[in-house]
Design a binder for this molecule. Structure first.
Ligand code: PHE
Length: 338
């Protein structure tokens, strides 16, 4: 029987398997249920027990060799079929999109970095504020319009003395109350005002407010600091001007304009032909505010400023509708990929 197995092994080795038809008939002939190898295993049953070991091994080897040959020849075709069904390697690659920073976050980070270079440290505070931190400590008179429901979102009873903060000056009160002097702090954050939503106004927006308190701080320091910021942010050729204004917590107070970044001051539609763009409010901290926060106003003085991030972003990116910042429309947001 050994010779017979050897003969079949040679036959199987030499069989022409160049076409799929040949392969199919080879498989049936050798491995089919009525095939040669099945027949040999039948025959094997009646082999002498003392020959069984040797003949069994030869038979297993034959079966393995036949199977190996088939696997070798059939696999690539099978694999190829599988690939052509599911994958097309000539297709353009799928683009994977990555997230990016929101334009307001980008502007905030840029502004914070400019002030960090001259020693300002960021501080945070709660968005729901009590009357003291949002209004009273900041010298708001009891009948100030900002204390009106029409301008401020107050919480319902029993928390009616709390409101959504209307500015991040509230954070600066907290810093003044809890820090050692001198103070150089920057408070970025979201603020809320009771406004009808339109292209030019929203019920929430973002601010960055700054506060510097030390001995001998003057209006000249304030102007110098703001000029430094404006030149870093808008470019070295930019000019600033201060216009007198009013805030309850600063005296004197001013509004700050930069020369129009589009027309460099000659007048265009962006600056409404004035040559100037308003960017922030500022002033010398009112001594009452310092005293309310436990700071000796005879020894210390300070300046404060506050700007709207949306306003600055609008000037930088020429976005003319405030609503775009909070609509999560990817057609808008995708334009700010770095
Ligand atoms: N808190 C003011 C506002 O929200 C801005 C400001 C800050 C003005 C500091 C002067 C000084 O409009």
């Amino acid at each position: 029987m050994l010779e017979k197995i050897e003969k079949i092994r040679l036959e199987a080795e030499q069989e022409d398997l160049s076409t799929p038809e040949h392969l199919a008939s080879f498989r049936i002939r050798f491995l089919g249920s009525k095939g040669v190898i099945k027949g040999l295993y039948q025959e094997f049953k009646s082999v002498n027990p003392d020959e069984k070991r040797e003949i069994g091994a030869a038979l297993n080897q034959l079966k393995q060799a036949v199977e190996d040959r088939l696997v070798l020849l059939e696999t690539p075709k099978k694999e190829l079929k599988k690939f052509t069904k599911t994958e097309d390697y000539s297709k353009p690659a799928v683009t994977r999109t990555t997230g990016s920073l929101h334009p307001l976050s980008m502007i905030t980070q840029e502004i914070v970095a400019i002030f960090e270079k001259i020693g300002f440290i960021s501080s945070e505070g709660p968005e729901i504020e009590d009357d003291w931190h949002n209004f009273s400590a900041l010298n708001f008179p009891p009948d100030h319009p900002a204390r009106d429901m029409q301008d401020t979102f107050f919480l319902d009873d029993p928390f009616a003395s709390f409101s959504l903060r209307t500015h991040t000056s509230s954070v600066q009160v907290r810093v003044m109350e809890s820090s050692t002097l001198p103070i150089r702090t920057l408070s970025p954050g979201r603020v809320y005002r009771n406004e009808a939503i339109s292209a030019r106004a929203h019920c929430f927006f973002h601010q960055i407010e700054g506060l510097y308190i030390d001995q001998h701080v003057t209006l000249a320091d304030l102007k110098q600091t703001l000029e430094y910021f404006a030149k870093c942010f808008f470019g070295s050729s930019v000019k600033i001007r201060l216009r007198p204004s009013y805030f309850p917590f600063t005296e004197p107070s001013a509004e700050v304009d930069v020369s129009c970044t589009l027309c460099s001051g000659s007048g265009c539609s962006i600056c409404k032909h004035s040559g100037w763009l308003e960017i922030l409010g500022c002033g010398m901290v009112d001594p009452n505010v310092l005293e309310d926060c436990g700071i000796d106003s005879k020894t210390y003085s300070g300046f404060a400023f506050g700007m709207g991030v949306e306003r600055i972003a609008q000037l930088k990116y020429r976005v003319n509708d405030l609503r775009l910042y909070s609509e999560n429309d990817l057609r808008f947001l995708d334009q700010f990929h770095l």
